[in-house]
Design a protein around this ligand. Structure first.
Ligand code: AMP
Ligand code: ZN
Length: 112
């Protein structure tokens, strides 16, 4: 499959890894939008939030546990922004589920 994040998972493409366990990988975004910009992905290929099924319930809980660990490791006790873009209108450019952790920047803007 021609998926850039699957290639990162299997080591075909290098990444600046910040966290890894059996089910989850996290690495620094190549084009950071904040001083901390980590992408958290499941190792399993899932296209986006809307492609999740009941089978993935445990995996999602696991991803959020990893997000808590990473936020702590990255020193984000003051907060952070957590974003998952979905599909064309969401501006999703990589079609492998991922959560952006954006931190060490004061976000003030809302949406629109
Ligand atoms: P999205 O637009 O939500 O699909 O986010 C995709 C993100 O992946 C963007 O912020 C890109 O900068 C990032 N990205 C794309 N290729 C790589 C890569 N090889 N290593 C790290 N981050 C990447
Ligand atoms: Zn993939």
């Amino acid at each position: 499959m021609d998926c850039i994040f699957c290639k990162i998972v299997n080591g075909e493409i290098p990444s600046d890894k910040v966290y890894e366990d059996e089910f989850v990988l996290a690495f620094n975004d190549i084009q950071p939008a904040a001083p901390v910009h980590v992408l958290v992905i499941p190792k399993k290929h899932i296209e986006s939030v809307v492609a999740l099924t009941e089978e993935d319930d445990k995996l999602i809980a696991h991803i959020f546990k990893a997000i808590r660990v990473i936020a702590k490791e990255q020193g984000l006790e003051n907060g952070f922004r957590l974003v998952s873009n979905v599909g064309a209108d969401g501006g999703q450019s990589v079609k492998h589920l991922h959560f952006h952790i954006l931190g060490k920047k004061q976000f003030t803007e809302n949406f629109g």
